[in-house]
Design a binder for this molecule. Structure first.
Ligand code: M6R
Length: 353
């Protein structure tokens, strides 16, 4: 039930701090240490490469998961869009492990890949929010997201739950950079709450930048780039504004041609090593008339940045930066009179290929 919330999407956005804490408690042992089923750890440690298969928002979480597996656990990982796998199967290594990420656990494109790789005799693991779902039943092992039912078509809390579970999983497999995931997730949950408290600001920004816009661009580098892909999908699916999220460095290779007077460009900046370059991309689009909106991390922020998030671990920063982006999409859709929880032409779970 959505209770006093005007829409499920708003309720689900605001549940995210609780979901992170719930995941931490579900994935801890009696001493408060991170815990994952031993057979899952064994499968990941034994494989020579992880193949993550997913669609839509879950694919975007997979892109972040790849960074965790490679940077934290040192495990080579490839992320493939489920519907493309069938035609362009990557050249597989000798001992692959297939990981499916799906909120619903019912997505037909993922199931088609699952059936195929099982026929080939490979091991499979599913990350899903729905216990007993098709993908969960048909794969060797399951990790649950514990996000609670997600009703709005636009995925919010399942995305952050997927990222949190992927971070925990990577760190339990192997923690080469000695990151304290639970400590960092605790900080994230707190920062999510602070971000949710600032929603009046996001509403004003949506009104100023998005209410009457035809299009919108999201730019970022590294972890921020992946968030831009998800922020862009969120905005387009519920507000029907044409959006594009891309690597900030790609601007000058084509997309900058689309920048006109007042074109909204949202830039995300959370990492020290990308700050200067993304800042210069902001200047480039500004010089061509863009209306820029910057989401930055406090330690890198400038006075004119519209949204500033608390300092959190850079690898985990997508969990925080996506919150204002979800609200921007929500308010843009609200101000444009769209059906937020049930956008046109879309279904919550896509059961056809
Ligand atoms: O249930 P799944 O995670 O497999 O669904 C995948 C996509 O259909 C889903 O993420 C879709 O992109 C959402 N509407 C995005 O908000």
């Amino acid at each position: 039930e959505k209770g006093t919330y005007p829409h499920y999407m708003m309720k689900e956005i605001e549940e995210q701090p609780f979901v992170i804490r719930k995941i931490m408690s579900e994935y801890s042992d009696e001493n408060g240490n991170m815990k994952i089923q031993p057979e899952i750890l064994e499968d990941i440690r034994n494989c020579d490469k992880l193949y993550i298969i997913a669609c839509g928002t879950s694919y975007h979480a997979g892109l972040i998961g790849k960074q965790f597996f490679e940077k934290i656990a040192g495990k080579p990982t490839e992320v493939v869009i489920a519907s493309e796998f069938i035609y362009n199967m990557p050249l597989l290594t000798e001992k692959p492990l297939f990981m499916f990420i799906s909120q619903s656990g019912e997505t037909a494109d993922c199931r088609a890949v699952l059936v195929k790789v099982k026929q080939m005799g490979y091991k499979t693991l599913t990350l899903t929010n729905v216990k007993g779902s098709t993908l969960s039943r048909e794969s060797d092992n399951t990790l649950l997201l514990y996000a609670g039912p997600e009703i709005a078509v636009a995925s919010t809390k399942a995305y952050t739950a997927q990222i949190a579970v992927l971070a925990i999983l990577a760190a339990v497999v192997d923690n080469k950079i000695d990151i304290n995931i639970f400590k960092e997730l605790g900080k994230i949950a707190y920062s999510m709450e602070t971000l949710c408290d600032d929603k009046d600001n996001y509403k004003l920004l949506a009104e100023k930048y998005l209410k009457d816009s035809r299009n919108c661009f999201y730019i970022g580098r590294s972890m921020d780039y992946f968030v831009c892909l998800e922020a862009s999908l969120k905005l387009k699916e519920i507000s029907y504004i044409q959006t594009e999220g891309f690597a900030a460095g790609e601007l000058k290779h084509g997309t900058i041609a689309l920048i006109e007077h007042n074109t909204p460009v949202v830039a995300v900046i959370t990492q020290e090593n990308i700050n200067l370059n993304t800042r210069s991309n902001i200047k480039e689009v500004k010089a061509r008339g863009a209306a820029t909106l910057v989401i930055s991390m406090r330690k890198l922020s400038q006075e004119t940045d519209e949204i500033v998030i608390d300092d959190v671990n850079e690898l985990l920063s997508p969990l925080a930066t996506i919150i204002p982006a979800q609200y921007l999409a929500y308010y843009a859709a609200l101000l444009r009179g769209c059906d937020i929880d049930k956008p046109r032409n879309l279904a919550k779970s896509v059961t056809v290929e």
